[in-house]
Design a protein around this ligand. Structure first.
Ligand SMILES: Nc1ncnc2c1ncn2[C@@H]1O[C@H](COP(=O)(O)OP(=O)(O)O)[C@@H](O)[C@H]1O
Ligand SMILES: O=C(O)[C@@H](O)C(=O)COP(=O)(O)O
Length: 422
């Protein structure tokens, strides 16, 4: 296996988002969970997205795991390694986008790393270094209330500088509009000034094609799915990859019971959970009871077991920002988050033990906990359910999953996903 592109994603839903984008652009892509072990037999592939659960862990650990993933990817021929971060730049001032970008750049001996979370297809655009989510700046978007990393500053040059050892510059839209050569010249100039990273503006997909072309021969970059799109297009345009037909068939339906789990408290997920109530039984967990002991999760599992024979069910811990804040004030942010993730992962294991083979999970950290608990190792990428969310098939072919980033998907996402997961 010789890779043309290596990717390291800081969460599992982000990884499937990127794998979806690369697949749609014609790259045969596999998503692995963690760095693959010796025994894992991967299909022929152009790109591998190694999924880490490194977004909300201490920076030193995120750096160590990302370095390990980078070595694995480089050993398989990846000339360019992209670090996939969230399109809403989810991180705290204590890390991890800056430290990982610094480490990958230094490891590769690169002069500077281009960084952009732009993903216009989902409304994430960057102008003058400021990130917009739809029509509003990041700090006015629902991300200001994220349970783990509230985003209160839209100026990414400033945000990244607070996390980075080297200085951070800007490749502005006017430069991007002048093409790949102008972007390269700007990166060279910033590197000469001693900058280690540069936030790049991008508003439309053609801007990302320019960025992809500009950095294809660089060893590292950091970005969201949009940058993956630009890199994939540049690889196809350069002739290094012959575009595969998108939407590779996943094989026979797996059938059997289906279930959905939501641990995301993002605005989009809250709407989707409400909409699901019209089409399937929905169990809303009591987070306070979840934290108190195993009883709440056990009761939810028993509730699901009675119903999954008749059709899909949804179990959700999702609550409003006010309720999340109140719970965190009583238990601490990380303790509450991790305990709820663990409870949902335990419910997922119980559902699988009861025959569920089609599973939809909403929430990045939540998906990480679920996939780890189920011990899944790698996925092939199937049809797109919504921008940024594909159907996944385990490489063994025995399960179908959808791992939804909190903010992605339309109101009917859960029903839409199940319809594409026979
Ligand atoms: N009711 C709740 N109160 C507080 N935190 C919650 C609640 N429900 C879920 N959480 C936690 O909120 C976090 C949501 O993060 P994540 O799963 O990544 O979703 P998203 O994709 O929306 O960011 C997780 O740590 C989850 O356990
Ligand atoms: O880039 C994105 O927006 C997503 O791929 C992503 O990473 C979102 O994070 P979660 O909402 O935590 O899944």
């Amino acid at each position: 296996m010789t890779l043309v592109l290596g990717c390291i994603a800081d969460d599992y839903t982000g990884a499937s988002d990127l794998a979806n984008t690369l697949t749609k652009a014609g790259l045969r892509t596999v998503q692995t969970i963690g760095v693959p072990g010796e025994g894992l037999d991967l299909p022929a592939t152009d790109a591998v997205v190694v999924s880490l659960k490194s977004r909300s862990i201490p920076a030193a650990q995120a750096v160590a795991r990302s370095r390990e993933a980078e070595s694995w990817l480089r050993a398989r021929g990846a000339g360019h390694v992209m670090f996939k971060v969230c399109s809403t730049f989810d991180s705290t001032d204590a890390g991890n986008i800056g430290p990982v970008t610094d480490a990958l750049r230094e490891e590769a001996g690169a002069r500077i790393a281009l960084v952009t979370p732009a993903f216009p297809e989902t409304g994430r655009t960057v102008y003058q270094g400021h990130l917009f989510v739809g029509a509003v700046p990041l700090h006015e978007s629902p991300l200001k209330d994220h349970p783990l990393n509230p985003m209160r500053d839209s100026n990414l040059v400033r945000v990244l500088a607070r996390q980075s050892r080297a200085g951070v510059g800007l490749v502005d839209l006017a430069t991007v509009a002048r093409g790949a050569q102008a972007v390269r010249a700007r990166l060279d100039a910033l590197a000469r000034e001693g900058k280690g990273a540069a936030i790049a503006d991008a508003v439309f997909d053609p801007d990302l094609a320019v960025l992809g072309e500009a950095i294809l021969t660089d060893p590292v970059s950091t970005g969201a799915s949009g940058l993956g799109l630009g890199l994939a297009q540049a690889l196809v345009a350069s002739g290094r990859v012959r575009a595969a037909p998108a939407g590779t068939a996943l094989g026979d339906p797996v059938g059997g019971p289906a279930a959905c789990l939501a641990g995301s408290c993002s605005q989009a997920t809250l709407g989707q959970v409400a909409a699901a109530e019209a089409v399937m039984p929905v169990r809303r967990l009591d987070p306070e009871r979840l934290l108190a002991g195993p009883q709440e999760a056990e009761e939810a599992l028993a509730w699901a077991a009675e119903r999954i024979g008749a059709g899909p069910v949804l179990i959700a811990s999702s609550q409003s920002p006010e309720a999340v804040t109140a719970l965190q004030a009583r238990h601490g942010r990380d303790a509450a988050g991790h305990a709820i993730e663990a409870a949902l992962a335990g419910i997922a294991a119980g559902l699988v033990a009861r025959g569920v083979r089609r599973l939809v999970v909403a929430g990045g950290e939540t998906s990480g906990a679920v996939v780890d608990t189920l011990g899944l190792t790698a996925f092939r990428v199937g049809p797109e359910i919504a921008p940024g969310v594909p159907v996944l098939a385990t490489v063994a072919g025995d399960m179908r999953l959808a791992l939804k980033s909190g903010n992605f998907g339309g109101r009917d996402f859960f029903a839409d996903a199940l319809a594409l997961m026979p």
